[in-house]
Write a protein that binds this ligand. Structure first.
Ligand code: PAF
Length: 289
């Protein structure tokens, strides 16, 4: 695997790969790689001839009181994992390489819909930071395909919207959520869970699955269902940010006749904010219902 810290050398290597007719895949990450990231790499390898993984903890997408400074940085371990996974190129720029003019005056990419709800409501500016850095990575790497984990469901929807609105020539692919045996979605922020919280941290997933079961059994009172799930999470000892049931594509509040819905949630542990989601097909009602 070749490692690049500079845009120029990254582009030169990619130009050579492209001249050989290779299909380029990109997996953008903030590092601290775990099995879910490696699954995204393998997914990209299944359709691309050359896979680039970026590792960059993007300060632009963190709020002032968020965990940018304590976000785990484990580049040597990440490099070894990517090497073992057969990744072709690792791109790990310094902040000055990505934001040479500083961040205040940085040109931003703004998706005006879908970004001030759910995670965007409690993390103002977050998605603007994400779309800006992802657009930069797309311009640097010019990938044919980019793979994003579906655990960040809203992020994926926002990126798809950016790509559509800006006619960016990149195929966006969703990678499935990888879970621990007890259902907890793998996340770099799980390392912030203490010994007491970790065994209970699957509460978010259990409550989202409970909503799924209720909908399968015929309930469509989505606001009440979300409130009940939030109460379960609070009873499990966590502070709820939100639980919400949405149309899977538009992220609008789910309506009675929506067939594709996603149950999304975010909760605070003592040291982290965890997110998760469950998508489902709503069964059609029988004529008697
Ligand atoms: O999902 C992430 O890890 C980040 O939001 C991303 C897409 C790498 C942009 O910094």
């Amino acid at each position: 695997m070749q490692v690049f810290h500079h845009i120029r050398s990254m582009r030169e290597a990619l130009a050579a790969a492209r001249r050989e007719g290779k299909r380029i895949g990109l997996v953008p990450t903030m590092g601290n790689l775990h099995d879910a990231h490696i699954a995204l790499v393998h997914q990209a390898q299944s359709t691309c001839d050359c896979v680039v993984v970026s590792v960059f903890v993007n300060r632009l997408q963190f709020g002032l009181n968020e965990d940018w400074d304590k976000y785990p940085r484990t580049l040597p371990e990440d490099t070894a994992k990517l090497e073992a996974a057969g990744c072709d190129f690792l791109f790990c720029p310094e902040e000055t390489e990505m934001y040479p003019n500083g961040m205040d005056g940085q040109t931003r990419v703004v998706v005006p819909t879908m970004t001030d709800i759910l995670c965007g409501a409690s993390r103002p500016g977050h998605f603007e930071g994400v779309t800006t850095v992802v657009a930069k990575f797309f311009n640097i790497v010019e990938p044919d395909e980019a793979v994003f984990g579906i655990k960040d469901f809203q992020q994926l929807a926002v990126i798809r919207r950016m790509v559509e609105d800006l006619c960016l020539p990149v195929q966006i692919t969703a990678g499935s959520i990888v879970r621990a045996d007890d259902g907890l979605a793998l996340s770099s922020r799980n390392s912030f869970l203490d010994e007491d919280e970790r065994p209970r941290a699957n509460q978010l997933y259990r409550s989202l699955r409970w909503v799924e079961d209720q909908v399968t059994d015929g309930r469509r009172d989505y606001l009440t269902l979300a409130k009940e799930a939030a109460e379960q999470i609070e009873a499990g000892g966590f502070k709820v940010d939100y639980v919400s049931i949405r149309h899977s594509r538009t992220l609008m509040p789910a309506a009675d006749d929506d067939r594709e819905i996603t149950i999304l949630g975010a909760m605070y542990t003592r040291g982290a904010r965890l997110i998760d989601n469950v998508s489902m097909q709503v069964p059609a009602r029988t004529p008697e219902e």
